[in-house]
Design a protein around this ligand. Structure first.
Ligand code: TYD
Ligand code: MG
Length: 466
């Protein structure tokens, strides 16, 4: 009999290595390799096709209707899942500990329980703790079947027999264990095995399966990344612990669009949906202050207006500091370099701080121009007009490129009372011209066009530039 082999598995990305290393070579994380017993790999070509069953191949076109969906009654969650839960599908909900995953899913099953059979399995809390939370959220009367369990064999036995439920929540996958695998709960092998078993039952019995997965930096638990390819939908619950806003983001969805976001607010009564995120993100904005600029962004199909704040101060260090919250550091450095090289704005010797207010993470390149405007405003002390929104992608030669969904952004800005916009001209297209927006748009073709709007002449190095 072959000796049981062991291998070292990165708890962050799932890569394996025959020996222990301090750093995972695949993902670059430190101290994430943990010894686990290896399943004996079949030698290559061992099956040779003998004894296999013939598979029936079919055409691409099928007569099947699109899968029926079950709406959760929480509008923001339905939006992110692409219109509700698909029977037999698996949804991974990832996020930092304490961000609100259990709260969200408890609220979701309580709402679904009105016309579906719902099961909530907790491996982290005691039944009484969940009951207490349900009581606080006013959900005690919902007919959710609750259990505290961690053994996947028991779970499969309970879910596979009798009349299956419609929706099952496993909170969290890292606390589950399969007794067939001899590694600790939370390791990659355990997490994968448990998820695989549960997903198989979900597919067989046709219930929607939510798996909660904690994102961990320490590498003591296997992160949700190792499950991403096994599930149909991956949702990440993000937010800043210091803010009450929470953003649910679809990063993978076999049944709908990705990049869609749902916005929630964490209150005493649990998570409340935010129907108009722009109004929320701009709620604390003070008009006419320098270094602040409103970016008309797009999250999925939805326009979202957020405030971008910059602070520029002379540096007392040899290497100036750069700090970014809610945006990409590399992108900030690029915008600074373009302003320097193409418009002669001397920013390089200053400390630069950039913040996206409200805890949103902006990922679009369309924010470049808004960042540039916030920086120029901070440097000059002149505010960006309070009734103006800004968007546009900045290229390396300083040109400002058109971005997608211009009309949608302008319409949202108009709806929230903005009167003007600094934006690139729309891409020239054949066909009918776009509808004229009801706010005044200043065409910006080059970063130079916005530099001229700030009192920067004295700060300008020379007339070098474009
Ligand atoms: P939780 O759902 O337990 O997080 P996770 O499952 O992602 O680890 O949420 C925990 C946090 O949410 C906790 O810090 C308290 C806060 N919270 C509220 O602010 N209001 C509420 O009504 C509830 C239930 C939790
Ligand atoms: Mg939890």
């Amino acid at each position: 009999m072959a000796r049981a082999k062991s291998q070292f598995v990165c708890q962050s990305c799932g890569a394996t290595s025959p020996k222990w290393q301090g750093k995972c070579e695949a993902c670059g994380e430190w101290n994430t390799l943990v010894e686990e017993s290896a399943k004996l790999d079949l030698p290559k070509g061992a099956t040779g096709g003998k004894g296999g069953r013939k598979i029936e191949f079919v055409g691409l076109k099928g007569g099947e209707a699109p899968p029926p969906r079950r709406t959760t009654g929480i509008g923001e969650l339905d939006r992110v899942t692409g219109g509700g839960l698909v029977a037999g599908s698996a949804i991974l909900v990832g996020g930092d500990p304490g961000i609100g995953k259990s709260t969200l899913l408890l609220q979701a099953v309580a709402s679904l329980a009105k016309n579906a059979g719902c099961v909530y399995v907790t491996g982290e809390e005691a039944v009484d703790q969940v009951r207490l939370r349900a009581g606080r959220l006013g959900l005690s009367s919902a007919s959710v079947r609750l259990a505290a369990a961690t053994n996947v064999r028991d779970l499969v036995a309970s879910l596979d027999g009798g009349s299956p439920p419609d929706v099952v929540v496993i909170d969290s996958i890292q606390t589950m264990y399969a007794d067939t695998v001899d590694s600790a709960p939370g390791t990659v092998t355990q997490v994968r095995t448990c998820a695989h078993e549960l997903i198989q039952v979900a597919k067989r019995r046709g219930f929607a399966l939510f798996l909660v997965g904690h994102v961990t930096k320490e590498g003591t638990l296997a992160g949700p990344r190792v499950l991403e390819h096994m599930v149909d939908t991956v949702l990440y619950f993000e937010g800043d612990r210091g803010h009450q806003f929470r953003i649910l983001r679809a990063v993978k969805n076999r049944f709908g669009p990705t990049d869609e976001i749902g916005v929630f607010e964490m209150t005493d009564l649990g998570l409340q949906e935010v129907a108009n995120p722009s109004a929320l993100f701009l709620a604390e904005r003070r008009g006419n202050v320098s270094g602040s600029c409103v970016f008309a962004g797009l999250e999925g199909t939805r326009p979202v207006l957020v405030e971008i704040q910059a602070l520029v101060a002379p540096s007392s260090f040899g290497t100036p500091r750069r700090a970014v919250v809610g945006w990409d550091m590399a992108r900030l450095n690029m915008v600074i370099a373009v302003l320097e090289a193409r418009s002669g704005v001397a920013l390089g010797a200053n400390d630069v701080y950039l913040n996206v207010a409200g805890g949103l993470r902006v990922q679009e390149p369309a924010a470049d121009l808004a960042v540039a405007a916030a920086l120029l405003s901070a440097l000059s002390g002149d505010p960006v007009p309070a009734d103006t929104v800004v968007f546009g992608e900045v290229g390396l030669s300083g040109e400002v490129r058109p971005v997608a969904q211009r009309e949608v952004r302008l319409k949202e800005a108009g709806k929230l009372g903005f009167k003007a916009a600094w934006a690139p001209r729309p891409r020239a297209r054949g066909g009918k011209p776009a509808a004229k927006p009801d706010i005044a748009v200043a065409d910006i073709g080059h970063v130079q066009d916005i530099v001229g709007r700030f009192g920067l002449e004295s700060l300008r190095r020379t007339s070098e530039g474009h």
